[in-house]
Design a protein around this ligand. Structure first.
Ligand code: ADP
Ligand code: MG
Length: 734
């Protein structure tokens, strides 16, 4: 009997082939499957399908992560061709997004040089004409399009020279379109795959040949029968058949519903499992509210806490008083005062004989927290240490020793805190600021520092819409600081185009003369880092010409500076020595300079809504009227204009987050695309909220009834969760 990890198999189709040749197929088994079983047909590499072969299989894996039959089954069509959906060119207007047209292609010609090289053609029907454009796969286009041919085209419409155009339209000859019956699936493909003969349409053939090989029983059902019944879901096999080759619109909708359901349900089961692990995870009991906490509350608080802050402190107190481990997310808009809440939670830990740590996503933020917390705790005589990547040599040794022997009660820092070399004597509480920059895995690592898990408090200034919170943080309890400290004036937000630059600079001067400080922020986006960096430097020169040296002091910070230099410049601004801070988004989170009252954002159209909101939150921290000026080019897109409009019209972080999610989708907004946390194939967290709620309810109910998934009717589901979601071990509790 040969035992191999499944991952290896995915990557080594040759190995698989060899095993088939040696007739080991049936005795061969997968390590992470339950009892030894023959390899399932769905794990067969796609190269064994008719029309694929090793080369195309390799490309499918590289381009679309399709390695096995199973992967191909889950590569769903993104639309369906249906003859009834053909419209006319004269019906296109500015609101039209996608169209399907039937007509003739004429006047095909190549133009442009280098990267701008393209093929254009005119497409017309009885009612008008439209331009077709291709930038890629030009050889293929030239070869396959026939001048004066009759075609059906489909694509996204954009305005062009007073008319309309479609870039990279999908094409089908009219003859073929007429021959097709019912709804034909259209799949997403890539330029390289198309060049290798796997176009949007030929996917259908491959998928068809896969279905010919499959028996209904090969696609095992894993949702319990009761769930299928209660929610009116079709079987998995049926759903997969109908999503690829729907007989009609109604069956297609049912198939989509079932597949969305299964996707969201598995995710909610995973979250419910995590949650259960937290519940059974024993934590340290903070038995008392001790002297330090009380003394701080009575004597050291620089202001009265808001009711929201008090409520959250109480929630933390209640969590930590039990023997269960706390896992709590504190959401509070920028400036709502999360730091003081974290500080008080740390005092609770120390009063009970434990150590506490606070982790921030950047060096600048960690240093600012360090200074702030040290000042707050100075009267109590509590030692606070800092540990970041730049703390080296003797200093680092001293901190490590102090943490290990317990003489340092509080440490503030960056990721450096969770390195293996860092050992605590008895870490009782870990505070993580600006959570979304840390992965779930990193949270888990903190827990493994002691035998029992420390309490975990996550603080985020990114208001998270409910649906997303249910998925990203569904395993955490949530507290909200929904009140700003008193005396804050609303920030005035203004949108201006470049043409008004002189006026805007005049306004800045005015504010500086009143004694205020000003931020000027430039975009820095990874893909175009070099260019952005150059425009930042150019911007800095321009700022210097508006604000001559001698009269004005300007500091600049950006990610390419040496850390020491950046620190020095930042200090100048924090201390009030510099009037203006020219910066990239390194200042995005957390920096606190109450005297700064103007935030000028250059090329604001290049920022996302949540980022704009975060930046705006850097001002309005003192008693003065604060301003946020969004400077954009004059001809910005509809979407950009809409973002500016939202920023000007509201300062409510939750509304902005919802809007951002709606406009961009969750992967973009929370940078979770790479992490895979939100890798959904078919469900949509914005549009499928009702399904998500059903799934959450069903998952909680199921876990309640059978927490360890021991019942026979739950075995298929358990196996699926172990394989697919990568839960190594399902909970063993009863
Ligand atoms: P954030 O929630 O964005 O991390 P901070 O904790 O940095 O906010 O607090 C923002 C500012 O508000 C700080 O200057 C802080 O001292 C001040 N602050 C916090 N709580 C209160 C309060 N209850 N009353 C007055 N000022 C407060
Ligand atoms: Mg903060």
């Amino acid at each position: 009997m040969v035992v191999l990890p499944r991952r290896l198999l995915f990557r080594e189709p040759l190995l698989f082939k060899a095993m088939i040749l040696l007739n080991l197929h049936s005795t061969f088994c997968l390590k992470d499957q339950t009892i030894f079983q023959p390899a399932h047909i769905l794990y067969t590499p796609v190269e064994f399908l008719k029309g694929v072969g090793p080369q195309r299989a390799e490309l499918l894996r590289k381009e679309l992560e399709i390695a096995t039959y199973e992967d191909l089954l889950h590569h769903f069509p993104f639309r369906y061709f249906d003859k009834t959906g053909i419209s006319t060119i004269d019906s296109i207007n500015d609101q039209t997004e996608y169209v399907q047209l039937s007509g003739k292609i004429v006047n095909i010609y190549e133009e442009g040089e280098g990267r701008k090289r393209r093929i254009s053609a005119t497409f017309y029907d009885e009612t008008g004409r439209i331009q077709l454009v291709w930038f890629q796969s030009l050889t293929w286009v030239k070869k396959s399009i026939e001048e004066y041919g009759q075609y059906v085209v489909f694509g996204k419409v954009s305005s062009f020279n007073g008319g309309y155009s479609i870039t990279h339209p999908e094409l089908e000859t009219l003859a073929r379109a007429n021959a097709s019956i019912g709804m034909q699936p259209v799949y997403s493909s890539t330029a390289r795959l198309t060049a290798m003969g796997i176009s949007n349409r030929s996917f259908a053939k491959i998928t068809q040949s896969l279905f010919e090989k499959l028996k209904p029983t090969d696609v095992a059902e894993f949702l319990p029968h009761s769930i299928l019944q209660q929610n009116g879901l079709m079987s998995r096999y049926e759903a997969l058949c109908h999503i690829h080759f729907p007989e009609n619109e109604q069956l297609l909708q049912q198939a989509r519903y079932r597949l969305k359901w299964e996707e969201l349900f598995l995710m909610q089961m995973q979250i419910a499992n995590l949650r259960l692990q937290h519940i059974v995870q024993r934590g340290y009991q903070f038995e008392k509210v001790g002297d330090l906490f009380n003394q701080f509350y009575k004597e050291c608080l620089p202001f009265a806490l808001t009711n929201a802050q008090k409520r959250v402190v109480r929630e933390i107190r209640m969590d930590t008083a039990t023997e269960k481990q706390m896992n709590r997310l504190v959401q509070g808009d920028v400036g709502s005062g999360k730091t003081i809440v974290a500080t008080m939670a740390m005092l609770l830990a120390i009063d009970n004989g434990f150590q506490a740590c606070l982790m921030a996503p950047t060096e600048i933020l960690a240093r600012q927290h360090f200074q702030g917390i040290r000042e707050l705790l100075e009267p109590l005589g509590i030692a606070v240490a800092i540990l970041t990547g730049t703390v080296k040599g003797k200093d680092r040794k001293a901190v490590l020793a102090g943490l290990a022997n317990g003489s340092i009660p509080i440490v503030v820092g960056t990721h450096a805190i969770i390195e293996d070399s860092v050992q605590f004597k008895n870490l009782g509480l870990a505070v993580i600021d600006e959570q979304h920059k840390f992965g779930v895995g990193q949270r888990a690592r903190l827990w493994s520092k002691n035998e029992k898990a420390p309490h975990v408090l996550v603080m985020t200034a990114t208001p998270i819409p409910r649906t997303l919170a249910m998925t990203l943080y569904g395993d955490l309890d949530i507290s909200v600081i929904d009140e700003l400290p008193p005396g804050r004036q609303a920030i005035k937000t203004i949108h201006r185009s470049d043409n008004h630059r002189a006026q805007v600079m005049g306004f800045l001067k005015n504010e500086i003369e009143k004694g205020r400080q000003v931020y000027i922020v430039y975009p820095l986006i990874e893909e175009s880092e070099k260019m952005d960096y150059e425009s930042l430097l150019a911007g800095y020169e321009q700022v210097k010409s508006w604000f001559p040296e001698g009269k004005f002091n300007i500091a600049m910070v950006h990610g390419k500076q040496e850390i020491e230099e950046r620190k020095r410049n930042m200090e100048r601004f924090v201390k009030g020595d510099a009037h203006i801070l020219v910066a990239t988004t390194v200042i995005e989170v957390g920096v606190n300079v109450p005297n700064a009252s103007v935030m000028l954002i250059e090329s604001a159209e290049r920022f996302g809504l949540s980022q704009l909101h975060q930046l705006r939150g850097r001002v309005g921290r003192g008693a003065e009227q604060s301003y946020c000026v969004l400077l954009t080019g004059s001809g910005i897109s509809k979407d950009s204009y809409e973002r500016m409009r939202v920023m000007v019209s509201t300062s409510d972080g939750f509304i902005i987050a919802e809007k951002d999610l709606e406009m961009r989708g969750p992967g973009d907004v929370y940078g979770t695309k790479q992490s895979g946390a939100l890798k959904l194939k078919i469900a949509d967290l914005v549009k499928d909220t009702p399904i998500l709620e059903h799934c959450r309810y069903a998952a909680l109910q199921l876990i309640d009834q059978d927490p360890s998934l021991l019942l026979p009717q739950h075995q298929a589901l358990k196996k699926r969760l172990q394989e697919k979601v990568g839960i190594e071990q399902w909970n063993k509790i009863s």
